[in-house]
Design a protein around this ligand. Structure first.
Ligand code: SAM
Length: 432
């Protein structure tokens, strides 16, 4: 069986691509099982008796492309239970809580445990994700997920839209292959990067992307992100209204991608915030933006309050709108202004510093706001050769005679050649 094969109590399943030989293991799961090679054209149920004498069966089903093996250890002879050939249900699903579904799906994808041929469905408030075989129990336990037998509908395979865009765009044939096949999509707006030779045709191109992808606006990334307010440098190529609602992991982010950045590379960190247990805590989000971290924390966890500080009035106005849109008015308190002017000291159980380049300059403020024994999530962009020493030194310097205990260091993304965006979670003991 291939690496997606697995054994779970009472059952084993595996998938292999034809026309390979099937290596099938017989025996009660967990017992010493002996491999047996079966010709790949087998498509009927088959059964054997395990070496220890207990009756077992294994069935081999065939789809257009895969052989599906499904075995079950039985306590009674097979004939007493199933009078005819065994019908194999090749579709397995894992049921998981809705708020954990996106994080779980990402991990399943990374571990190659996502069945991309079937659809993810909502069921009774939970989400069921198709898998080719039961994932490792450690992964299931981490998300409180359970394997279930379920008939899931096939996923609709769409044709790649770039083929249609390249076919229909009004550009010289020689340039068609240069049309970007990747873009950042926020709701019904995209941001494209175009190489120089496409500049003359950018308006026609934008029209083609908008038509095929069903967009209301197409923007061009002209100069990355600039300034203290982290504003994107953008040219609008198509459309007039560029404000959109982007949904990620169940959170609604309303904003204008022509004026406000949204880092796709930080998605995992936003999901981590959704999973960060902080019941009853007071949290300060020093660089709140439109609510990147405050919203998932407020929606999926139970903090007492989150003070969300944002200096840019445009981002702040979307923050206010998003707090209402996600119905967390009683938790997130928007604050317009420089976080260094936030009043109070030693009141935050947790301080989030989701900023890059000059974050260390704000450490004295974070240390002022955090309680003795509280946690700072310190983001930094750091040359690779200085990880993690520089971040740890900066944290330590900011607490003087206090103590910094590192709880976790996580590399978020590559920021520039040789530079990484990382986050250090650190518990802070203030000097006596
Ligand atoms: N972490 C975000 C994500 O997941 O995409 C990206 C960073 S966010 C854009 C940083 C925000 O901090 C910006 O909206 C910027 O205006 C804000 N900011 C910068 N300096 C600030 C300050 N001194 N006080 C409060 N907010 C500040």
């Amino acid at each position: 069986m291939n690496d997606t094969s697995a054994v779970s109590p009472g059952r084993m399943t595996g998938v292999t691509k034809s026309p390979m030989m099937l290596l099938v293991y017989f025996g009660a799961p967990g017992s010493a099982m002996s491999p047996l090679t079966i010709p790949a054209d087998i498509s009927i149920s088959d059964r054997r008796t395990a070496e220890d004498g207990s009756p077992d069966f294994i069935s081999v089903g065939k789809t257009d492309t895969d052989y599906i093996i499904f075995g079950l250890a039985l306590a009674v002879p097979l004939e007493e239970l199933i009078p005819g050939p065994v019908i194999v249900n090749p579709v397995l699903g894992v049921r998981v809580r809705r708020d954990l579904a996106e994080a779980f799906r990402l991990e399943l994808t990374r571990a190659r445990f996502l069945d991309k041929d079937h659809a993810i469905i909502d069921e009774g408030g939970d989400v069921v994700i198709p898998v080719p075989a039961p994932p490792p129990s450690a992964l299931l336990d981490k998300y409180g997920a359970a394997v279930i037998d379920i008939e899931l509908p096939p996923r609709k395979h769409r044709t790649d839209p770039i083929d249609e865009i390249r076919r229909t765009a009004e550009v010289p044939d020689s340039l068609r292959s240069h049309l970007p096949s990747k873009w950042e999509r926020f709701g019904d707006v995209i941001v494209l990067r175009l190489d120089g030779q496409l500049e003359r045709y950018e308006v026609e191109l934008a029209r083609a992307y908008a038509k095929v992808l069903g967009l209301k606006a197409v923007l061009k990334d002209v100069g990355g992100i600039s300034g203290d307010h982290r504003r994107p440098v953008i040219k609008v190529l198509f459309g007039e209204d560029t404000v959109t609602t982007h949904i990620e992991n169940g959170i609604r982010y309303r904003f204008d991608p022509a004026q406000i950045m949204f880092s796709s590379g930080n998605e995992e960190e936003r999901i981590r915030m959704a999973c960060l247990s902080c019941t009853g805590e007071t949290v300060v989000d020093m660089f709140a933006g439109i609510g990147y971290f405050s919203l998932p924390l407020a929606v999926f966890q139970k903090p007492l309050r989150i003070v969300a500080c944002e200096i840019n009035p445009i981002a702040h106005s979307y923050l206010v709108e998003n707090i209402a849109l996600n119905k967390v008015e009683g938790i997130v308190e928007p604050f317009l202004g420089d976080n260094r002017s936030l009043p109070g000291e030693s009141f935050a159980d947790r301080v989030i510093m989701g900023y890059v380049k000059t974050t260390h300059e704000f450490l004295p403020t974070a240390v002022r706001l955090v309680k003795d024994g509280g946690v700072i999530h310190y983001h930094e962009t750091c040359p690779n050769e200085l990880i993690p020493e520089r971040s740890l030194k900066r944290l330590q310097d900011s607490v003087g005679g206090g103590e910094v205990t590192v709880l976790r260091i996580k590399e978020i993304k590559s920021y520039a050649p040789g530079v990484t965006h990382l986050v250090v979670d650190a518990r802070i003991r203030k000097p006596a």
